[in-house]
Design a protein. Sequence first.
Length: 589
Amino acid sequence: MSGKVTKVSGPLVVAEGLADANVSDVVRVGRQRLIGEILNMTGDSASIQVYEETSGLGPSADVETTGMPMSVELGPGMLDNIYDGIQRPLPEIRAIAGETIARGTEVPALNREKVWDFVPVASVGDKLVTGDVLGTVQETSAINHKIMVPNGIEGEVVRIESGEHVVEDVIAVIRDKDGKEHDLTMIQRWPVRIARPYIKKYVPSRPMNSGQRIIDTLFPIAKGGTAAVPGPFGSGKTVVQHQLAKWSDVDIVVYIGCGERGNEMTDVLMEFPELKDPRNGEPLMKRTVLIANTSDMPVAAREASIYTGITIAEYFRDMGYDVAVLADSTSRWAEALREMSGRLEEMPGEEGYPAYLASRIAQFYERAGVVECMGSDERKGSVTAIGAVSPPGGDISEPVSQATMRIVKVFWALDSSLAYARHFPAINWLTSYSLYLDNLGAWYEDQFGPAYMENRNKAMSILQEESELLEIVRLVGQDALSANDRLTMETAKMVREDFLQQNAFVDDDAYSSYAKQYRLLDTILKYDEYAREALVKGAEIDRLFKIGAKEKIGRAKMIPQDRFEDEYDAIVAEMKAQIDEAAAGGEDE
């Protein structure tokens, strides 16, 4: 079915003669067949957001509807790949069209020529339901791709083909209860705005180890949880996202560069192929899907990129994998919503954003979670959603930050004053929070006993005391403080500089295992404990500050993971001996 363009306003195109079309249908516009999506219908007139540049498009151009909603292709070939916001493979487009993407370029999302070795798991005669695994394909050296029965199909396997196939080959035939036979390929198509189904959702109870000490110890996120990283320009949002993508103990990462600078996406593309996964030694790209929709790309496609990314993540979740979705940044996505809303002449809400902004943000984050996947084998998977927020001027009272804070359970507030002081990650420990601590307490206790959470709570208490003491220091100076308060200030400084501060460019410091984090913080808190005991015995506070082991504590975070346990014991023993010596000197006097 086709209609004619009557109005062009940037990415918004209005066309008439589409009475039989539906909202969310994908359309092709003009001679160049630009891809677009119907936003709303009035009679036979459709408002269309076009995902490509519309310059040169004019009235009376043809509009052809596909009759299908905006969908993604799901199957082998997505990993180790980079897509634009509407799942067009950028490396393949570059091979065809050169450095600049030609408008209207049509390239399938999954390579139709690449041959995959399909290994059946099901057999002829098996009764399968939606989500059951037909077989597997070794997509990359890191990930075994499970080919599942598509949604809405169940019945008996009448044929299944092992061996080498391209994604469009029929690999299995299933006969349903009505006797109808369904040909199954390795490709599934799924509408991006509809969440993929699951059997049951669980409360997240396992932490996601990011290797970042301030995150894992003070403000942890659970696998299947939601988090926001708000912060002003230059505070390190993108670096935090990159660190999470590199080191998180998830099976698959979907990184969505949504409206951010192109050079940041280039950094990811240059860096990830060279980085090794700490768990298996393989290149990180082997478990990563990149979606690039940078600030110079069409604004309407930003809106689609978020949904494309979360749908791909849900597909891998349905295989039983733990997936992290990193969106950088949801503020640029919200700006795209605001621009389209303005062109549609909708009633604006706060700061010009559409009235439905909060519900759209909620729809994105609510697709995260730990679920029991469709199928009869009771496998579990998770999607963890982490979105960067870029509030203008760092003001988190603006609508996008506020709507995000109401939904997510972890808030890592980046602080420009910490960034200017070269303290990275620049996460402010006084304004950040995690609501997963109660859920994760049982896991920490099982791994480390009650000491882990006790140390965490003690460190937070010391940092909060420091902020109160700083007010006194500003008024009367540090010399007016008691010895115990001076020790609190010194311990807080050690927690900040020797534990929370981390260098992303030094291998031994960029990533810390839970065991290393636990012992590193425990060393600092043992210094505080032993020093307080020494003060009671009459030790001089200045002498306690100058013991040699204190310098070793400061350098301890640079000790490699495999040597840390042995050296930790030696540092604690040396520190105890030197503090006891200082205490003995105080008693003698």
